[in-house]
Structure formats: structure tokens, C-alpha cells
Write a protein that binds this ligand. Structure first.
Ligand SMILES: [Zn+2]
Length: 435
């Protein structure tokens, strides 16, 4: 049943502003227990206490005792890498050669790209993630397929053709002229259509020549509303390699600056091995680090110093980075983010974690008006969660003495099994029969 006017009853949780990393107070938390969330024409139009029953012109769904939040935003994930999630025994550079590149090669076949895109988007939604910034492959067909599936679901999705003209297998390499031509075609076809946006996507500095990075910077200079996504300073061997390949750059991050790739719409995955000048540069240009804790732990890459990034004024969002990451669940990802900070003597709150996966990511992407909150006027990308989905979790939930304690246990013990339903632009997600 797809109703134009839809009312969801439950506990509404979102954030009015950015919490600090370790403040458990409620200052920025907007919690409205037992409320109706009103959705009309795909947008949030209001909220009212549970005792005020919306009139019969509203299709009512009662999720009393459940948590209603904005859908999660995953700012860095690779659609073709569902095939290699949970692959054993490598660090980044070996992992790319051993697992990732062979998997991505299969996307040269349009039917494989279509199937992969469909599966990927289904999986995102079934984990409560309604928006994502996505790496497909170097193949144009993989970009078309992903955009088509996202358009069909009216999702807010940001992606673009991966650029790689060196240090990759021949079947995954492009060249500067061909890549530029394909980027221009894809931008014209997809950027700004529905809720889609194009991201200029050099995989990472080692796999693009100077000429290709310059071409990417050129695309951004003439269309500043395009996004840019890439990887930076994930792994120490990678950082050393970049220093060899770009001897004139001050740092890995500086490579991207020199080619005009940094700006408020730049999304840089990882950012573990940065220095103070890099952090200052991030703050100055407004680019965000997409923190990918399960990937960083799984590949043994290192621990993100979130505290220093925050102190410098740099933006941080949270990402699964599947398939280096080990789950599409943002809840699991947040739980691992807590542990990454704990290993460095800091205590990430549930508020900061949940904010970062919703409004924080939206703000960093310049989309705060559209996603990431339950504000009136926002697009109704919504996830309904069970606070506790197992006997142990229910036991723990019942013992929580404060809302933060409750939400921290939800974040630490929860995953996709807690998801009760998900809406994209006000339309309930229904699992595709083909996947
Ligand atoms: Zn990645």
C-alpha cells in the first residue's frame, strides 16, 4: 500500500545540531517518544503526540515502542565488492590485486553490472541505509546500472565512473581521453536527475596518472556542484608508494590539492595517516573524511584519530567501505567506530555516532535540507528500528537507565536484524523478488 499521506507512530529520534565526540548530554538530541511522524507526498510535514490520532485521510502505521530515525547515509562503499567481502589474509595493496580487481573485472559485462547494482541497492536498504556515496567500477555500464536502480527507487545516491589508467590489470584500465568522454556523457545523463548526483571518482592517487588527475580536476573546475570521491592515507605501504610516485607533493592529501580535487564536495575515504597540515587543509577546503572502521580493522590499516580531526575543524562521516569493510550495517560500523576511538583513549558517544551517520553526513555532503533528519520539509527517507532483536539485547535494553545507555546498547548490539521497515522518499521498501 503506497499512501500519499502516511503517518508513522513510534519514538522519533534525530539531531538538531552536532554533538561533541564525548558529550552524553541531550543538548543536541531531539527525542520525541510516542509521536506520529507525518509524511505527505514523500516529505516530512509534521509530528504530533501519539495521543493525537491523525484523521482517516492518513494511512496510519503503528510502530509503538519502536525507534524511528532518518535513514543512514553510507559515505563510502563499493558496489561490486559484495563479491569479496570477508576475504582472508591481506592488507590493502595485496587485497586489491588478489580479490578486488578480479571481482571488478566481471562488471565489464553489462548483465553482471545490472545484477550487481540491483543486489547492492537491495542490500543497502535492507540494512537501513537510504543514501550512499558509491564506487562502482571503471566500466561505464556499472555506473549506468547503479544510477538506473537508484532512480527506479528514487534514492539519493552519489556515484561515478572509477578512473584508473595505471597500476591496474589491463581490463580495468582506461585512458585519459576515453575516461573524460565517458565522464562527460555520464554527467550529462545522470547528474541532477531524480535524486542522483555524479562524483568524479579517481580510485586513488597510485592508479591515476598526473594527466588523468588533471583531467578529473578539470571536470570539477567547470562544474563545482559535482562531487569528488577517492581514497587517502589508508595504509602505510600505500602512503610510501604515493610519496614515491608524487615526489613533489608535500603529502598524500596534497596530491589531490595540487590537481584541484579538494573542495566541500570531496569525500575522502580513510584519512588515517595524516599530519597536522593535512588536517588544517581538510578544514580549510571543507572536504570530509569518510571514516571506515570495520575496513580499517579488517585490513589492519590503522586507527583514525577522530579527536584530532574534530579539533582541527575537519569534517568526518562514517562509512562501511564494503568489501574491505565487513558489514553493510551502519550500526555495526558505529559499534566498531567506538572501539577504534576506545583504543586511543577516547569514548565516542551514541549521540555523536548516530548524528554522524545521519545529519552529520548530510551536512558534510551539503544535503542537510534533504536528508539526515526528521525536519519538516525533509525527504522522508526513514528507518524504523527495533531497539533490541535478541533475548540478550532485550535483557540489556530493559536494564538501561538513561536514553543514552539505551541507544548505546542498541548501537553496540544491533544490526540489520533490528530493522523493521524502511522508506525511501515516503515509499516503503519492498524486497525485489529477483534478488
Ligand atoms: Zn574504499
Amino acid at each position: 500500500m503506497i499512501a500519499k499521506r502516511l503517518a508513522l507512530r513510534g519514538d522519533l529520534l534525530d539531531f538538531s545540531a552536532a554533538p561533541s565526540l564525548t558529550d552524553t548530554s541531550m543538548k543536541t538530541v531531539r527525542f520525541r517518544p510516542d509521536h506520529w511522524l507525518l509524511i505527505d507526498g514523500g516529505r516530512i510535514v509534521g509530528a504530533q503526540p501519539g495521543s493525537q490520532l491523525p484523521d482517516p485521510s492518513w494511512w496510519r502505521e503503528d510502530h509503538s515502542g519502536r525507534l524511528i530515525m532518518p535513514g543512514f547515509i553510507d559515505t563510502h562503499v563499493h558496489s561490486p565488492q559484495l563479491d569479496v567481502i570477508a576475504s582472508y589474509g591481506t592488507e590493502l595493496l595485496d587485497w586489491l590485486n588478489t580479490y578486488t580487481f578480479p571481482a571488478e573485472s566481471r562488471y565489464a559485462i553489462a548483465a553482471a553490472a545490472r545484477y550487481g547494482a540491483q543486489l547492492f541497492v537491495e542490500c543497502l536498504l535492507e540494512h537501513g541505509t537510504t543514501s550512499a556515496v558509491v564506487f562502482p567500477t571503471v566500466h561505464k555500464a556499472s555506473v549506468d546500472a547503479l544510477f538506473e536502480v537508484a532512480l527506479d527507487r528514487n534514492m539519493r545516491l552519489i556515484t561515478g565512473k572509477v578512473l584508473m589508467d595505471r597500476h591496474a590489470p589491463p581490463e580495468l584500465r582506461d585512458d585519459v581521453e576515453g575516461a573524460e568522454r565517458e565522464c562527460v556523457e555520464l554527467i550529462e545523463r545522470w547528474h541532477g536527475r531524480g535524486r542522483l548526483a555524479y562524483a568524479v571518482t579517481p580510485r586513488f592517487a597510485p592508479t591515476s596518472s598526473d594527466a588523468q588527475l588533471a583531467m578529473a580536476g578539470g571536470l570539477l573546475s567547470v562544474a563545482p556542484d559535482l562531487y569528488m570521491q577517492t581514497h587517502v592515507a589508508e595504509n602505510r605501504d600505500e602512503v610510501r608508494w604515493v610519496a614515491e610516485l608524487f615526489p613533489d607533493a608535500r603529502s598524500y592529501l596534497d596530491v589531490y590539492r595540487r590537481f584541484g580535487l579538494l573542495g566541500p564536495r570531496a569525500v575522502l575515504a580513510h584519512g588515517i595517516w595524516l599530519d597536522g597540515d593535512d588536517r588544517a587543509l581538510l578544514a580549510e577546503c571543507g572536504a570530509q573524511i569518510a571514516h571506515s572502521p570495520t575496513s580499517n580493522l579488517f585490513l589492519g590499516s590503522g586507527l583514525l584519530d577522530w579527536r584530532r580531526l574534530e579539533a582541527a575543524g575537519a569534517r568526518v562521516s562514517i562509512a562501511t567501505d564494503v568489501g574491505g569493510g565487513t558489514s553493510l550495517s551502519m550500526l555495526r560500523t558505529l559499534a566498531e567506530a567506538y572501539k577504534v576511538q576506545a583504543l586511543q583513549g577516547s569514548r565516542l558517544t551514541a549521540w555523536k555516532a548516530l548524528y554522524t551517520a545521519t545529519r552529520g553526513a548530510a551536512r558534510a555532503l551539503g544535503l542537510e535540507h534533504e536528508i539526515g533528519s526528521l525536519d519538516i520539509g525533509s525527504t522522508a527517507d526513514i528507518a524504523v528500528w527495533n531497539y533490541a532483536a535478541s533475548p540478550l539485547a532485550r535483557h540489556r535494553d530493559a536494564l538501561a537507565r538513561s536514553l543514552h545507555e539505551r541507544l548505546f546498547a542498541f548501537m553496540t548490539l544491533g544490526d540489520e536484524r533490528n530493522l523493521e521497515s524502511v522508506l525511501v522518499a515516503g515509499t516503503p521498501h519492498v524486497r525485489a523478488a529477483s534478488v
